[in-house]
Ligand binder design. Structure first.
Ligand SMILES: [Mn+2]
Length: 335
């Protein structure tokens, strides 16, 4: 059991608190922030939410009062440099706090990390809660609130936690789905959360440009390694042609993984700044976080990501080559 009192002591001591999650935030990071934010405000903390990238369209309903801010050096450096406590949620790797990390690091105060990603190479935090058995960071936030502030578990807070768990478990279908997340879902329904409506808000609102881009991706899938590896590029031209935004690509790597015979899928997305975002997914036979770690990224055994500097053509050949190499290595070990 996690010693949540230790975390609460840090929160009690702090007057100003910053909450954040990884760049290109997902439902788990956003839901965890919203749930914890309600608790911190109830404790009369001066709390701000800073992100390094925009809140995706489908999650904007979680922020009716515009509390999510995009980190800007000129606007936030002073505040962030003097904040009493920074809480990082679901970040996977501290580098995924992007430009904010320099400021957080220089600030000589407490940094608490709450996550369900593994940290194989140590960590730079004051307190690190990393529970890889949790389905989602949202499950850990629930555990914290249940232990420390159960009165805070309102319908709104349950809704945020439910979104964290639903999105990180692929709507309760991936192999990280556990007893706790079904219990939380049951409690959320008891608290009045309309789970069908939430599912529709998040997954039933694909933009036309997203589907146009998905069609281009589907037409360009590259199968290799006896069909066990599928990979695809998303170039600037493809994005322009579909009139798509980077949020539109969420879930594409899962879509490719779902193909019969495929074990691993890889997306290589051109960030248009001489770097590429790489997403890896595995059906369960191969651990792909080892590949992500090779490229200084992070993640879980079957869902991971990294950022690689370079042109998309160079990056894709490097990534595909390394992926096959690591898949082969794992076969040797397993056989
Ligand atoms: Mn997560």
């Amino acid at each position: 059991m996690t010693d949540w009192k230790k975390i609460y002591q840090e929160i009690e001591k702090a007057d100003s608190i910053m909450l954040t999650t990884h760049e290109n935030p997902d439902g788990d990071g956003i839901g965890s922030i919203v749930a914890l934010y309600h608790h911190l405000i109830a404790k009369e903390k001066k709390c701000r939410i800073l992100l390094t990238s925009m809140l995706p369209e489908e999650y904007r309903f979680l922020d009716p009062d515009n509390k999510f801010e995009i980190f800007e050096e000129a606007k936030h450096t002073e505040w962030l440099g003097n904040v009493d406590l920074s809480i990082l949620l679901d970040i996977g790797n501290y580098t995924r706090t992007g430009r904010m990390w320099n400021v957080i690091q220089q600030n000589d105060t407490t940094v608490v990390n709450i996550d369900h990603h593994p940290y194989p190479n140590g960590h730079p935090f004051t307190i690190n809660i990393s529970d890889i058995n949790a389905s989602a960071t949202g499950e850990l936030i629930y555990s914290y609130l249940k232990a420390i502030d159960p009165g805070c578990l309102s319908k709104k807070v349950y809704e945020a936690i439910y979104i964290a768990i639903m999105t990180d478990t692929g709507s309760f279908s991936y192999n990280n789905t556990n007893v706790a997340c079904h219990e939380i879902a049951a409690n959320a329904i008891k608290a009045g959360v309309d789970t069908a409506k939430i599912h529709q808000k998040i997954y039933g609102s694909s933009s036309r440009s997203r589907i146009k881009l998905l069609a281009a991706v589907a037409a360009s899938l590259q199968f290799t390694y006896n069909g066990k590896l599928v990979w695809f590029k998303i170039t600037k031209e493809m994005m322009k042609k579909a009139n798509a935004t980077k949020d539109d690509v969420d879930g594409f790597t899962d879509f490719a993984r779902a193909i019969k015979g495929v074990e691993v899928s890889v997306m290589i997305f051109d960030n248009a700044d001489n770097s590429c975002r790489i997403n890896f997914r595995s059906k369960g036979y191969y651990s792909i976080n080892k590949i992500a770690q090779y490229f200084e990224g992070g993640g879980h055994s079957f869902a991971a990501g990294a950022k690689v500097i370079g042109k998309i053509s160079d990056v894709s050949s490097k990534v595909v080559e390394k992926t096959i190499e690591i898949m082969k290595e794992q076969e040797e070990v397993i056989d």
